[in-house]
Design a protein around this ligand. Structure first.
Ligand SMILES: O=C(O)CCC(=O)C(=O)O
Ligand SMILES: [Fe+2]
Length: 366
């Protein structure tokens, strides 16, 4: 990648391909003291108020800087490095390659918590792990004073829902969700009925005195890629049909329509939704429904299969952070008479982890 000049025009060259950079694009990036606030890096001018026919009057290029005088009299020195940075999205979390895993996964991505953790390089490593595997487990996280709120807000901002800022996962009378019982929970994604679905779930173990109640995780990315390979028709219909997910209690009705396997604009994995107690397929032709039901049965079989599920016991102080768009989670049954099992849960969104990751990357110059 490099910058070249020709007849008062700036060109960007990449792998033999040369394109002119629009003068307005450069004018918008003028960054002297009068143009950009140093502290916030926000513009002090409104580019929509500039004349449209911005042209370059004179130009020069050194190793590090591009010097430009524009026809509105503005003169600037732009760092080449900053211009080139805009052509590579290397900082983007999409560049962190997802590592597919199944039941043979042994490394449970453990990171030990400490007081300065949120500003530590260790946190950066934990977040990279999170993006690679879809989850990370923090050990020795203080179990006092609803620390989960502090934890979530130290990465980004907690995402409040109708379950509150955070929720207590324990067996309780008159539960409004099966999570608040001692019943087993098959692998599921949380809250597929919300728009948007909370991105990341945090579960913090406060007490765990029971012999059951193991936590389970499944990599929805691994499973759906396998489905695509082995049962392309099933994969296709699950990426196409929008089903209605619903949650109802005395104070709210939440509904959203979405595919069980949602792809991005490039046709790649974006998100799975799976909660077979809450999904309602539209009334379609019988043949189509026949295929849909077979596909849902198959994906359920895979999600619930021993081949893909990892199981582990959360200890007090363990905090599991998982990608609710990629992973499914659940738990095995437990006997509430054996003692207490108490987790606290909450959600954060991707801007929290992405923002923290990029901040730490900048801080440690990684
Ligand atoms: O009890 C657990 O381990 C998980 C419960 C659950 O699925 C949830 O809180 O979303
Ligand atoms: Fe859940």
């Amino acid at each position: 990648m490099k910058i070249e000049l020709e007849n008062n025009k700036v060109f960007f060259e990449n792998q033999g391909l040369k394109k002119e950079i629009h003068p307005f694009w450069l004018r918008e990036r003028v960054n002297g003291d009068n143009f950009v606030d140093k502290r916030t890096q926000q513009r002090l001018f409104d580019p929509t108020e500039l004349e449209g026919n911005i042209k370059i009057d004179s130009l020069s290029l050194s190793n590090d800087y591009l010097e430009i005088t524009f026809n509105d009299g503005v003169h600037t020195k732009l760092a080449i490095q900053n211009i080139l940075k805009e052509f590579s999205n290397i900082n983007d979390v999409k560049h962190i390659k997802k590592i597919k895993w199944d039941s043979s996964l042994e490394n449970l991505n453990n990171f030990e918590f400490n007081e300065n953790f949120f500003e530590d390089e260790e946190m950066y490593k934990a977040l990279i792990n999170f993006y690679q595997y879809g989850f990370v487990i923090f050990k020795k996280v203080p179990t006092k004073n609803d620390f989960i709120v502090n934890f979530a807000n130290s990465i980004g901002s907690i995402r409040r829902t109708n379950f509150g800022e955070y929720f207590n996962v324990k067996s309780k009378p008159n539960p409004n969700d099966l999570a608040y019982t001692s019943l087993p929970l098959a692998p599921h994604t949380d809250n597929p009925y919300r728009n948007p679905v909370p991105c990341i779930q945090i579960l913090h173990c406060i007490e765990n005195e029971v012999s059951g109640g193991l936590s389970t995780l499944v990599d929805g990315f691994t499973v759906t890629e396998q489905l695509k390979k082995d049962f392309p028709d099933y994969y296709k219909i699950l990426t196409e049909i929008k089903v209605r997910f619903q949650f109802i209690d005395q104070s709210v009705v939440l509904e959203d329509w979405a595919e069980m396997i949602q792809l991005n604009e490039l046709g790649e994995f974006k998100q799975v939704r799976f909660s077979p107690r809450l999904d309602f397929v539209p009334l379609m032709d019988k043949d189509k429904l026949e295929l849909y039901y077979a596909a849902r049965k198959k994906i359920s079989e895979l999600y619930n299969s021993d081949n893909y599920r990892i199981e582990f016991k959360l200890k007090p102080g363990d905090l599991l952070m998982m990608d609710n768009y990629r992973l499914l989670h659940g738990r095995t049954t437990y006997d509430a008479n054996e003692g207490n099992r108490f987790l606290q849960g909450c959600y954060i969104d991707y801007d929290s982890t992405e923002g923290k990751l990029k901040h730490l990357k900048r801080k440690f110059n990684i």
